[in-house]
Each structure stands twice: as structure tokens, then as C-alpha cells.
Design a protein around this ligand. Structure first.
Ligand SMILES: Cc1ncc(COP(=O)(O)O)c(C=O)c1O
Length: 485
């Protein structure tokens, strides 16, 4: 008898089947619920119990889950959730996560099926991105760690001293260049890899939020004249604020001529390579030394899964591998371990790793990359449609060109100054969010508060987009009844 396995597997199976049926129903009926709702006090209180010393029946625990947890999610599986940049997940990725949990593989390496699934799926991505076969890669928990790994490999490969062994005190200060529109992962990564947030040189952008190449070149030259050491340029394929993509081909050329590492943050924009119509958006990305992107955003997989690809797999391993005698593959019968004792653990931060690759494998095989690409195309077209509705309207205005899947706009407030307009739009957005009808979030562009719709959602329809502006108008009427204009 086991202390933790069920005594009665049949009864456990009945409960588990109920949970699975409920989960499928929950997904099927998601449109009938609010896009988001605040967590009520009762649920918050229910989640402050002290540690349970004694167990209770699984069905009772599941009952508490259904009451206090399940109804109050982020909202990102809803068709009208367009906040931050969040993916929806699919029924197939839900099942893949469950099956991966059943196997409970630890994917640091070893001669086990999960190893070959990860090698195969990374290989698919290398092929789809048009990268050379020596490219190495790793699934990680998201865009932030994927980008951080790219930057770490860049640091070790391009610092003019042995940063990996000796640390940063062994050499002059390093500099990395990226546009002002780059996501906050960059400073966080600079902090974590020890080069410090001040290593980031922020380069201004043009009216389309793309890095200014002349400013980039001038900053590199200036830094060199001051004794600083440029080592990396980060290009964006889809900025978080407005979905802008830098001229990646031109950035690759700057890096080539300056001897710098070229890293691309393609957290969501990179997967435009799966489309037929928008392949050219991230043109030049295939010239990068490293690329980071998420599969839990525009890959529509369940959380969490990001990926880093490094053009020279040997450089990737050299940056991180730590052979350890206790980690040798005792099961090895084919020489595998003598080449790569740990394989995946040698490419990242995690030693123990989950079987994330299974959901890539199952989703890509079930849907095919063509269909996934079509879903991305739909989202871009829905964003273009929303931008057009805003442009044609008298009462809304665009605050940034909507070139991909992100639309930044605001309600016009004639007679109010910029500050009052910002406050008004923040209130309007809050009303919309509280209504549960839809969930865009916001950003600030050039000091202006923008309602920001980022569509990485395979459930969104064009009717959902129509509904957004109408609902905002109704919220504005409600707001005007409360707040004299
Ligand atoms: C452009 C960009 N880069 C990086 C990230 C960070 O990705 P993650 O949230 O998966 O860590 C995001 C998240 O939205 C993003 O939009």
C-alpha cells in the first residue's frame, strides 16, 4: 500500500474523469462568462487557511477549487481578453500538460523519450525559422528567461575577457543597445547576469517606434571612445507597447560590421514566421545570433513555455555547461551521454525541468503549423480591422500605427487637456474591465494614456471587435453621467 496513491483507483478515476469533463466544459463555455472579474473577498478569505495537517477527500478539495479558484482566472482564455500579451491555450495543450504530468519526466537530458521530443521540436523551430542546423535551443518558462539566456550567451561569447570564469571585475564595462520600446526583461536580465542595468543604452525610435539606426551607430562609437565595450544589440520583433518591429536586417548588418552579438526579442512577433501573409514582418530575424520567443503567447500553448534559439549551439553550451560526475547518464547504452552528459541542463538555468516540449509536439502535430499560422493571420487582421474602425470614428483616435496585432487608442475628450484626457481614458478602461465585457489593458505612449488591445487570441471573432468600441461608448455615457465633463 502506498501512502499517497489511492487505495481505490476506480473511485479516483471517477473523480478524475469528472474533473476532466468539467475542464473541457469550462473551456467550451468560456464565452458565456465575463472576460474577467475581480476575486471576491470570500474567495480571498477562503485562501488564507493555515497548512492542512490532515487530509480530506479529493472530491471535497475539488469542490473548494470549483468554488474559490476556478471562477476567478486571469481571463486570458476568454475571446475578448486582449490584455498585456497573453495567449489563450488550447484543448490540445491542456491534454498535453496532463499527459506530461502523468509521465512526470525530468527533462534534464538522459536517454528517455522526452529528450528526443524536445530535440525534435527544437529542430522543427530551427527549420521553420530558417536557421542553420548547428543552431541550439531550449524550452524555458517564458520570454524573460529566454531573452536572459540569449544575453548571457552573448556576454560570454563577446566579452573581451573570460566573463564566465573570472566574472565582470576582470574587464571593462559592457554595453548592450536596444530601443526605448524594449520590454523590461532587458534591465532585469542585465541585473541578473551581473552587467548591471546601466549596461543598457536605450536608443530612441522613429514615428513607427523602430530603433533609429543612426543613433545606434553614434552611441556605439561614443561608448567605444569612452572605454566602454559594446557587446550586443537587441532587436525587437513586435514591441510590447505597440507591436513595432525594428529593421532587423539593418540591425544584423550593424552587428556584423561592429562585431557585436545580434539578439532578437521576438516574444510574440517571431511566430509570424508561421504565417504565409506576414512572414516578411520579422525578415532579418534569421540572421540573429540568438532569438527568444514565447509559445504561450502566439503559439497559443498553455503556460508556461518560451524558447531560446542560439545560432551556434556550441557557443550556447560553452556559456553554461558544467559537467558533473554524478550527472552522467547511467542508463546510457549508445554513447549519448559521453557527448552530452546533461544536454538540456547544460543550456540553461534549470537542472530539473518539466516536459514542456510535449505540448509543442502535440499541438504542432495536431493543428499543423499552417493552421497555427492562419490563427496568427486572423489576429493581425482583427487588429487592422479595429484600427480601421478607430480611424473612421469621430470619437476615438489611434495613438500609434497598428502594424501588427497591437492597437493603442483613446477616446477623444474635446475641451480637456492631456492630463484630464489621460484620467478620463483610465476611468473608461476601468469601467470596461469591471463590466467583464472585454479586457484590454493600457500603456503610456509619449505621455498619453492608451487603451491597448493586443490580440494573441484564437477565440476572438470580428464581432468581438465590433462589440469593443460599442461597449466603450456605453461606458463613456455611464461615466459622463457620473463625472461632469
Ligand atoms: C516583447 C516582449 N518581450 C518579452 C516579454 C516577456 O515574456 P514573458 O512574459 O513570457 O516572460 C513580453 C511579455 O509580454 C513581451 O511582450
Amino acid at each position: 500500500m502506498s501512502l499517497l496513491d489511492p487505495d481505490d483507483w476506480e473511485a479516483f478515476g471517477a473523480s478524475a474523469h469528472r474533473m476532466l469533463d468539467d475542464a473541457i466544459e469550462y473551456m467550451r463555455t468560456v464565452r458565456e462568462r465575463p472576460a474577467w472579474q475581480p476575486v471576491p473577498q470570500s474567495a480571498k478569505e477562503a485562501l488564507t487557511e493555515s497548512a492542512p495537517r490532515e487530509g480530506q477527500p479529493l472530491d471535497a478539495v475539488y469542490g473548494a477549487f470549483k468554488e474559490h479558484i476556478l471562477p476567478y482566472p486571469t481571463g486570458n482564455i476568454h475571446p475578448r481578453f486582449w490584455g498585456m500579451v497573453k495567449g489563450t491555450g488550447t484543448p490540445v495543450s491542456m491534454m498535453a500538460d496532463m499527459l506530461a504530468a502523468a509521465m512526470n519526466s525530468n527533462v534534464s537530458g538522459f536517454d528517455q523519450s522526452a529528450t528526443y521530443v524536445e530535440l525534435e521540436t527544437i529542430g522543427w523551430l530551427v527549420e521553420l525559422f530558417g536557421l542553420p542546423s548547428e543552431t541550439g535551443g531550449l524550452f524555458v518558462s517564458g520570454g524573460t528567461p529566454a531573452n536572459m539566456l540569449g544575453l548571457l550567451v552573448a556576454r560570454n561569447a563577446r566579452a573581451p575577457f573570460d566573463a564566465r570564469t573570472e566574472g565582470l571585475s576582470a574587464g571593462p564595462r559592457l554595453r548592450v543597445y536596444a530601443s526605448t520600446q524594449t520590454h523590461a526583461w532587458l534591465k532585469r536580465a542585465c541585473n541578473i547576469i551581473g552587467i548591471g542595468e546601466r549596461a543598457v543604452c536605450e536608443i530612441p525610435t522613429d514615428s513607427r517606434h523602430r530603433i533609429l539606426l543612426s543613433e545606434l551607430r553614434a552611441s556605439i562609437a561614443h561608448d567605444r571612445s569612452q572605454g566602454l565595450v559594446p557587446f550586443c544589440v537587441v532587436g525587437n520583433a513586435g514591441t510590447v507597447n505597440a507591436g513595432a518591429t525594428d529593421d532587423l536586417r539593418a540591425l544584423a548588418e550593424v552587428c556584423r560590421s561592429e562585431g557585436l552579438w545580434f539578439h532578437v526579442d521576438g516574444a510574440f512577433g517571431a511566430l509570424t514566421v508561421l504565417t504565409q501573409k506576414y512572414k516578411a514582418v520579422a525578415d532579418g530575424m534569421q540572421l540573429a545570433d540568438s532569438i527568444a520567443f514565447d509559445l504561450h503567447k502566439w503559439g497559443y500553448l498553455s503556460y508556461d513555455i518560451g524558447c531560446v534559439l542560439v545560432r551556434d549551439g556550441a557557443e550556447h553550451r560553452a556559456a553554461l555547461a558544467n559537467p558533473a560526475p554524478y550527472a552522467n547518464n547511467v542508463y546510457n547504452v549508445n554513447g549519448f551521454a559521453s557527448t552530452y552528459p546533461l544536454l538540456f541542463a547544460d543550456l540553461g538555468v534549470q537542472l530539473s525541468r518539466s516536459f514542456r516540449a510535449l505540448k509543442v509536439w502535440m499541438a504542432f502535430k495536431t493543428y499543423g503549423t499552417t493552421r497555427l499560422g492562419e490563427a496568427i493571420e486572423h489576429n493581425i487582421e482583427q487588429a487592422q480591422y479595429l484600427a480601421e474602425l478607430v480611424r473612421e470614428s469621430d470619437d476615438f483616435e489611434l495613438l500609434a500605427p497598428a502594424e501588427l496585432n497591437v492597437v493603442c487608442f483613446r477616446y477623444k475628450t474635446p475641451g480637456k487637456d492631456e492630463r484630464e484626457c489621460n484620467v478620463y481614458n483610465a476611468e473608461l478602461l476601468a469601467q470596461l474591465q469591471q463590466s467583464g465585457a472585454a479586457l484590454p489593458t493600457s500603456t503610456i505612449l509619449d505621455g498619453r494614456f492608451a487603451i491597448r488591445v493586443a490580440i494573441t487570441n484564437h477565440r476572438t471573432t470580428f464581432e468581438d471587435i465590433d462589440m469593443l468600441l460599442d461597449t466603450l461608448r456605453r461606458c463613456a455615457v455611464g461615466l459622463e453621467a457620473q463625472v461632469p465633463r
